[in-house]
Structure formats: C-alpha cells, structure tokens
Ligand binder design. Structure first.
Ligand SMILES: [Zn+2]
Ligand SMILES: [Zn+2]
Length: 75
C-alpha cells in the first residue's frame, strides 16, 4: 500500500514529511503541503497563518489589521 500526500494527493516523494496535528498523524509529500494543511486559517480573510499570527479572543488572524474589529466586515 502506497501512502499519498494528505494535502495534494500526490505520491510521497523521497522526503515525506510526517506531521502530528489536531490529534492525528498525517504524511505529506513536502513541507509546503504540511504547512498548508496544518496552518490555521485567518478568521477574517481566510489566509493561512504562518508563524505567530495574531490571536484575539481565541481567534487567529494573519495580521493585526485583520484582527481589528470590523476589518473583515464589508461596508
Ligand atoms: Zn502534497
Ligand atoms: Zn487575514
């Protein structure tokens, strides 16, 4: 049985990346896929939050501008 990347579904290359997140073990073809799959999404714009991000009231945002109240609300 051949494992496949849990992000893009492609074959695992010569350097698969194993990652444990949200209580389950996953295997990805590359670090890029692992990051995309495991990174939390910004609560305002939906972008993947890499690095620290901004956490406000238990929600994660990609930047301080997204974390500001009303930033994501359409006019
Ligand atoms: Zn992949
Ligand atoms: Zn954002």
């Amino acid at each position: 049985m051949k494992e496949r990347c849990e992000c893009c579904g492609g074959d695992l290359g010569p350097h698969p990346v194993g990652l444990r997140y949200r209580g389950r073990e996953s295997t990805f073809c590359s670090f890029g896929c692992a990051v995309v799959q495991a990174a939390p999404a910004c609560c305002a714009c939906g972008a993947k939050v890499l690095g620290h991000g901004v956490s406000v009231a238990g929600r994660t945002y990609c930047s301080r501008s997204c974390a500001q109240p009303g930033a994501a609300v359409a006019p």
